[in-house]
Design a protein around this ligand. Structure first.
Ligand code: UD1
Ligand code: CA
Length: 459
């Protein structure tokens, strides 16, 4: 059967106390709604409609890169049933199953949705509600059962004290038969504590009409947690990280202190790599096998080869580090920096759009920008590529085996030839031919007994 997805994301998210729409808050490297979209995409739906309302344009523009999304506007926001009605024009007369998701329930596993849809289609129900048994049901709609079967859902604010003790809750995730759906939704009134059209009332309406309503109880209730406050956002983040860390440890990665190790869900780490406390691996980062990454390092969207050591407090973004290389402590690699095999980058060295060839070293205090550096080059302490001429970025080439003495400046565009030497403190303004020595400072002068003379002048 065809599956269509609708995601509710029009609400204000008052409890977040934010100027941003709730569904755009970030969790494990993606916004809440992107998590939901990813899970939905795993089912290969025929269509995906997002109901937006509060700050609709923000939500829409944040999702620009997602192809094929349809947006329905809900203005004003009169409740979750009213929200679903806004998607009617995209779905009227379509056959199949409607999977209704909440933009603020980001942790659902794809296999849970697959099970929900499967059971729903097998049982020919008009509606299947995903539910969970939880320790603390506070804030959720409660599943009221009669003779074991779901009879209705009652919201916290409308529940009697006895109903509040029910620990089976509504996840806000539903599978509906599309046929006749919108007529039933229209039958939902707003006679409740919040004066809203509640989608969970579909259960009672359908039961009254003699239709079959089913439930599926989720195995792990943590999956269906909704994010309504900053505290719940932090909790969900902790849960995601724990899942990721557990998965990596099971695959042979050592994580010394999982509680302080933050790894985004999409990151890949090879076996026998050791992660020390306070390491952050973000975005599409890939770390090879047998690496050691020390405390305080943050790596974003970067590729690290096998057997690499990243020492303390490095920041590496959008860059590559080849196998066997050693980086840090306190190094900054960014914007397509490319540290090749067995190269070494030491403390207070910044590489931007620069490749450092295999076996080359830049061990102390350097800025290397827009430079192509060959293999087995030595970059002395305090070397600076002066890559910006005031209007444009200019390239520097340093060929294989060259030696750049400490405290030198390379005024780009400039090339230092193969095996050439640049003396300490040289300002290199012209190309250095292969094998040459470049020096720019004048001859040193020593003034004998100068210190004694000065002392005599100052009484
Ligand atoms: C809802 C359910 C509750 C369930 C819980 C699970 C209702 C009335 N209650 O409660 O039974 O246990 O989810 O997390 O549905 N939204 C709109 N338009 C609106 C109102 C809400 O699009 O007019 C969207 C919100 O942006 C959000 C979702 O619907 O993404 C859920 O709304 P929310 O206000 O968070 O509902 P809960 O109180 O959590
Ligand atoms: Ca919610």
């Amino acid at each position: 059967m065809d599956i269509h997805v609708v995601i509710l994301a029009a609400g204000k998210g008052t409890r977040m106390r934010s100027t941003q729409p709730k569904v755009l808050h970030r969790l494990g490297g993606a916004s809440l709604i992107e998590h939901v979209l990813r899970t939905a995409a795993s089912l290969g739906p025929k269509s995906a409609t997002i109901v937006v309302g509060h700050m609709a344009e923000h939500v829409r523009s944040a999702l620009q890169t997602w192809p094929g999304l349809q947006f329905a506007i809900q203005e004003p926001q009169l409740g979750t049933a009213h929200a679903l009605l806004q998607a009617e024009r995209f779905l009227a007369d379509k056959p199949g199953t409607l999977l209704l998701l909440s933009g603020d329930v980001p942790l659902l596993a794809p296999r849970t949705l697959t099970r929900l849809v499967h059971q729903h289609e097998q049982s020919h129900a008009a509606l299947t509600v995903l539910t969970a048994n939880v320790e603390d049901p506070h804030g959720y709609g409660r599943i009221v059962r009669l003779e074991g079967r779901i009879a209705r859902i009652v919201e916290e604010k409308d529940a009697s004290p006895a109903e509040r003790r029910i620990r089976e809750i509504n996840s806000g995730i539903y599978a509906f038969a599309l046929e006749g759906l919108f007529d039933t939704v229209r039958a939902i009134d707003a006679r409740n504590a919040q004066g809203e059209h509640y989608l969970p009332d579909m259960v009672a309406v359908l039961r009254r009409r003699g239709r079959h309503v089913d439930t599926l109880v989720v195995e792990d209730p943590r999956e269906i947690r909704g994010i309504n406050s900053r505290e719940e956002l932090a909790d969900a983040g902790r849960f995601l990280r724990q899942q990721k860390n557990d998965e990596l440890m099971a695959a042979g990665v050592t994580i010394e202190d999982p509680a302080s190790t933050f790894i985004d869900p999409g990151v890949i780490v090879g076996t026998d790599t050791v992660l020390h406390p306070f390491v952050m691996l973000e975005g599409r980062t890939r770390i090879g096998a047998g690496c050691e990454i020390h405390s305080g390092t943050r790596i974003v969207n970067s590729m690290i080869g096998d057997g690499v050591a990243i020492n303390n407090h490095c920041v590496i973004t959008d860059s590559r580090v080849g196998p066997g290389a050693v980086v840090g402590p306190f190094a900054h690699l960014r914007a397509d920096a490319d540290v090749r095999e067995d190269a070494r980058v030491g403390n207070f060295v910044e590489l931007k759009k620069t490749s450092l060839g295999s076996g080359s070293k830049a061990m102390h205090l350097a800025y290397l920008g827009d430079a192509t550096i060959g293999s087995h080059v030595n970059i002395g302490a305090g070397t600076i590529t002066c890559n910006y001429d005031g209007s444009r970025k200019q390239p520097t080439m340093i060929e294989d085996g060259a030696f750049i003495g400490s405290d030198s400046q390379l005024i780009a565009p400039v090339t230092v030839g193969k095996g050439a030497y640049v003396g300490s403190g040289t300002t290199v303004r012209e190309n250095v031919p292969p094998g040459a020595l470049a020096v720019s400072a004048g001859k040193q002068r020593n003034i004998e007994d100068w210190v004694e003379g000065r002392k005599k002048k100052i009484p």
